[in-house]
Ligand binder design. Sequence first.
Ligand SMILES: Nc1ncnc2c1ncn2[C@@H]1O[C@H](COP(=O)(O)OP(=O)(O)OP(=O)(O)O)[C@@H](O)[C@H]1O
Ligand SMILES: [Mg+2]
Length: 511
Amino acid sequence: MMNSPAPLLSMQRISKRFGATQALEKVSLELYPGEVLALIGENGAGKSTLMKILAGAYQPDQGTMTLQGRPYRPSGPGEALQAGVAMIYQELNLAPDLSVEDNIMLGQERRWAWLGLSRRAARQQIRRVLAQLGHEELDPRLEVGRLPLGAQQVVEIARALLRQARVLVLDEPTSSLPQRDVERLFDVLRRLQGAGVGVIYISHFLEEVRQIAQRYAVLRDGHLVATGSLDQTTQEELVTLMVGRRVEELFPHVPHTPGEVILRVEQLQGASLPREAQLELRRGEILGIAGLVGSGRTELLRSIYALDPVRRGRVRVAGSTPAASPAARIRAGLGYVAEDRKSEGLALDQPLEDNLTWSHLAPYNRWGLLLRRRRRREAARWIQQLQIKAQGPRQPVYQLSGGNQQKVAFGRVLHQQANVLLLDEPTRGIDVGTKAELYRWMGQLAAQGKAVLFVSSYIQELLEVCDRVAVMCRGRLSPALPVEQWTEDKVLAVALGTQWPQASGETPPAQ
Ligand SMILES: Nc1ncnc2c1ncn2[C@@H]1O[C@H](COP(=O)(O)OP(=O)(O)OP(=O)(O)O)[C@@H](O)[C@H]1O
Ligand SMILES: [Mg+2]
């Protein structure tokens, strides 16, 4: 191991409580220069909280830290950055209305001025870092809110790199990055490592963690339960450490049989994406949609749900054509879980119970107070069934951990009793044990005669969970083939446009 004897950073007996939740209990952790340490654990285990304390966003109730041998107690993120600690947050932290360069320079204007750098010189620096990250094509003058999620993440990383961080924390950095960008990010991290930077890397993708990290630390219910070398620990051991028990089946299978067609998408073309999509989804079926980030999968679901206008084509649900509004689509039995839970999925400042019961409020309103109680009871039931880690139905959603927020978004379509579920990356940010639960839910929904359209960038889960899979490439959707006819390589080849399934004699989409 590359550990030099003196740690770069040491956290000692850190505790943090939020009301009734003991988020961290006497956690001690060390980070050495030039290492990547993987911080892993279930949703709500305390990973983000621990790192927010490190990055100055929260104050610990107890405990101390030292950085390069000196006491370190940042009073806020600015002070942490000054000391050389930068964090890329799980929920992106950019100003959507500002340009890329303004976001990167935000709060740094004085330093740039002090260094005597003109705006043009600053822009050049920014271009250099973006190129280092493999994104020379990103124009620093573009408005951040218009960039795809993956590109926004690159902007955050560039911001941290430009600040010469000694300690870099990445909280689930790859959950919305395309595979190619993940590799670029890893190259950058390796370069930083070579320069002696210490990296703490939070991820629920254990395969990925192995590619980049040397050591791991596992948090469970706010306690540090293990640290060790990844070389000497198997995947099963890691999962067992995280969950506190053996997980028998990562991909539980619930038998289900496809019945009649419930959703038919005919020649659908959006304003820009999708360019052409056709599919049939049957009751009792899970249909997977693979594809690169930006290929139009999200736009396909949004068009089906009538969130985006369509230029051509039709969406038929159970034989009829519902009007082109989300309300009409909900009435027709569609339910939708958005990719980006922060901006369109959830009302973060509202209580859990409202978020869970949102699209299905009607039965509760008519009778007023009495049924508000029933709504609370319903919410409590979903919290229990989905094992959402929360204080109760009244807790606002922003206080939940990232993965638990995602469960609320999923819980809402379950509560809505939708017949056709449109799920966009529903397992993003979800821990292994809970992923297995979500797969079981999908299987059970199919077994009840409901239908699931499952968009995911995680090819393995599509191949394990779906009955058929179609692949999106540059706005065009391939024919859906039975899952047995796909391999991971074949999915990738179709996603890249170098191969096209022959089912209906089509040719690969043109550039
Ligand atoms: N601002 C807050 N107010 C109240 N409770 C909070 C707040 N922030 C975190 N918590 C609670 O602290 C616990 C730990 O949350 P944390 O976000 O650190 O989990 P995590 O390990 O990052 O999980 P995930 O994998 O889902 O991101 C959770 O129970 C969460 O609800
Ligand atoms: Mg987190």
